[in-house]
Ligand binder design. Structure first.
Ligand code: NDP
Length: 396
């Protein structure tokens, strides 16, 4: 039996807590976050006193350790913000807990995305005999597990990997982000970056784009952006010659984004306003719609997958593996939209893989290092069915 502690009561945390609470492999469940009333609301909606709640500032290792020592979790599922990854990993090491997250560490004062900070914990987790599972949402997460599945079953060598992420949903708002606005805007306004022939190629933001077709959705303009799973995938699959990540954006979204940047509201450095220090992007977050609130009016689907070209038994082949998730269906089940749902379901499932002893090991792991089969066997039944297309035109 396994005790799970979830940290972060946002859109993703809501889904993770529901899925973990519904899974009998977890004997006890706690949800802790900065604002306890948000945890209480999630726990009350689940009912039956299944979920305990607590207040914690996850920036403080001392506060985290106090909570860990009181609850004694076997695994800590971090769905707070990427800023808290290292403090939560430190507390896990200090208290002997295993760890899982959905986004790599970012320093608050620099929108910089790389695994080096968390990979640096490898020796300490190894020595402690603890497992740290990095990037177990959808992207990163399922996209890397899809790649591992392709490598295991369908390719001798993967040569070209294009991860494609389309949100064809409409929430009826002029501008909103689908997950934490601060993290989202930092991610999509950075320079483009992809991997080719052993090197990283950097472009201006959104410089490379083209229309791609998405199943059951149609054509959508798709833009090359940097996404963190590229870093671990090219390391773990060294036959890859080129790896890119494409995300769809509507013109309206891009126009808002440009204005936000041009007027300085995307700045992450502190400014003084009326004698008080504020960070413009954090102020912006406070006035934008809460991603959790978008679900009620969200229609349409997301479609995320991997388009792969490589060789099997000397023959070149193409392969497309993807999931489509319906915003309305996600909302009906969990009260959140599809982006929180597609992130929360894999995080809860990854924790259950650890709890069942299927994903274990001492050290720090990216999800593609584990066996993809038991995970993907359960992903559909958990609400995210996936599909495969062989030897089709993958457009990229
Ligand atoms: P939200 O902003 O909705 O939720 C974050 C939660 O973390 C909030 O409840 C917040 O508390 C809490 N929190 C923030 N700082 C602290 C702190 N110092 N101590 C304790 N709690 C804290 O974000 P989302 O739910 O949309 O996203 C959660 C995570 O999921 C993010 O890291 C995001 O990057 C990741 N993600 C991953 C994806 C993937 O596919 N891999 C896709 C989408 C998101 P409060 O309520 O008080 O503000």
């Amino acid at each position: 039996m396994c005790k799970a502690l979830i940290i972060g009561a946002g859109g993703v945390g809501t889904v993770v807590t529901q899925k973990i609470a519904a899974n009998p492999v977890f004997s006890e469940v706690m949800l802790a976050s900065r604002t306890q009333s948000k945890c209480d609301a999630v726990a009350a909606a689940i009912g039956g006193n299944r979920v305990r709640t607590a207040q914690v500032d996850a920036d403080s290792v001392a506060e985290l350790c106090e909570l860990f020592r009181a609850f004694e979790p076997d695994i800590v599922v971090n769905v707070a913000l990427p800023y808290q990854d290292l403090t939560i990993m430190d507390a896990c090491l200090e208290c002997g807990c295993n760890y899982l997250d959905t986004a790599n560490y970012e320093p608050k004062d620099e929108a910089h995305f790389e695994y080096s900070w968390q990979w640096a914990y490898q020796d300490r987790f190894k020595a402690a005999g603890l497992t740290a599972i990095l990037g177990c949402g959808f992207d990163p997460g399922v996209t890397a597990i899809f790649t591992a599945y392709a490598a295991k079953h369908h390719f001798d060598e993967i040569h070209y990997l294009d991860i494609v992420d389309c949100n064809a949903g409409n929430h009826g708002m002029a501008f909103a982000t689908n997950f934490n606005p601060e993290i989202n805007i930092r991610e999509v306004t950075q320079k483009g970056r992809y991997y080719e022939n052993g090197e990283w190629v950097v472009t201006e933001p959104h410089a490379i784009h083209r229309p791609l077709h998405y199943p059951e959705i149609g054509e959508r303009e798709s833009y090359v952006i940097y996404h963190e799973e590229l870093e671990s995938l090219v390391k773990n699959y060294p036959t890859i010659k080129r790896a890119r990540f494409w995300m769809t954006f509507g013109q309206e979204y891009l126009t808002h984004l440009r204005v936000i940047q041009n007027i300085g509201m995307a700045r992450i450095d502190p400014i003084i306003y009326n004698g008080v220090e504020i960070v413009p992007i954090q102020f912006l977050k406070a006035v934008l719609p809460d991603p959790k609130s978008l679900g009620a009016n969200y229609h349409g689907k997301t479609s995320i997958g991997c388009r792969i070209r490589g060789v099997k038994e000397g023959r070149e082949r193409t392969y497309y593996i993807y999931n489509n998730c319906d915003h309305e269906k996600a909302y009906k089940e969990t009260g959140t939209q599809a982006v929180s749902f597609t992130t929360g379901v894999p995080a809860a499932l990854g924790a259950s893989m650890w709890a069942k002893g299927l994903w274990r090991g001492a050290g720090v792991f990216n999800v593609e290092e584990f066996d993809p089969d038991p995970f993907l066997a359960e992903l559909g039944p958990q609400g995210l069915p996936w599909h495969e297309l062989f030897d089709v035109d993958i457009e990229v």
